[in-house]
Design a protein around this ligand. Sequence first.
Ligand code: F3S
Length: 398
Amino acid sequence: MNLTEKEQRMLDGEEGYAVRKSMEILVALGDIYGAESLIKVGSVQVAGVSYHNLGDAGLEFLNELAKDGKVKVLTTLNPAGMDLENWRQLGISEEFAQKQNLVIDAFRKMGILISCTCTPYLIGNLPRYGEHIAWSESSAVTFANSVIGARTNREGGPSALAAAFVGKTPCYGLHLNENRAPDIHVQVNAKLAKLSDWGALGYSIGKKAENKIPYITGIKDTELDELKSFCASVVTYGSKPLFYMKGITPASESYSPPQETVTIEDKDLKEAYENINDEVTDIDFVCVGCPHCSIKEIAQIAELLKDKRIAANTELWVATSRTAKQLADKRGYTEIIELAGGKFACDTCMAVAPLKGRFKALATTSAKGCFYSRQNNMKTKMGGLDECIEAAVTGKWS
Ligand code: F3S
């Protein structure tokens, strides 16, 4: 890879340990993927924040970098392993909380915004069209590439952090025009009626696209919450973190549908639900907010929970950013949800919190949430917001 004189000096250690280490990571990545140079990034989103995933080795790595490392661009964090304020309420142990706080302290020292959300685009880290960025979390990466039209590869935690310290990332993959063209046409004929149908659609397209870039036709209208749910699902179940939706996402009009075509029918969505859902009736955990709930979704949850009470043996978590929760506080949604017995899980989510062994059966609106919860040995049910709230109130999936 060609380095400028300044980049070479950074690699030689002129700016200290964190920058040198970061340059080593970026140059190694660039060499592996055939990048010719580094390219400036407008923002960074760092995954690998939960102590549950990092462990002591990860914490030590971060502490080393935090000794002299300061980020050069706006950098936000993915969810941590707990609500940073109300972790006790979510049943997190003192020991875990102490370690998680040390992780957050290290990030804070680096100058990173302690935002802890997979929807950075809803809380102020909103790239512009065509901007190069280095983001890590798969749903956010897919949203940034596809819905916003920014450019990012799916970074790992260390490579995103390295980009933050250098302000640049190797220019390869989805940063380059030639790698952003769609290569499979997906004609959607299925009816999309509820939020979870977008997760089912993502499942079906992800499976059929098999690591290709889908060009999706047949969708006439959609909303932001549906798109964020779709982004999380399509990349979890198979496709690249970029798609085009004709007439809806930017640049979709500059391409024609590729020749290879697959269709998505009602039966495909039905099959997706069959694969995502397990045989289970008793629900002890309901989690909505994967990706993190928008204020609009929180308002819908509050409306559904008015004058209701969560079942005695069931927990309801509303996973969201702290910023969205603060809005919910102001608008009275928090009071309604908490009065019903629901809990806010700010800064965290069902995939990165230490939940193994705590719950047997999950109900959620999210196909991605089901994927990760199965890894935590939970049975899963996916459905619309009203079905999930009903499950929280009755403790049953009907
Ligand atoms: Fe976000 Fe966690 Fe889902 S990071 S997309 S809420 S698995």
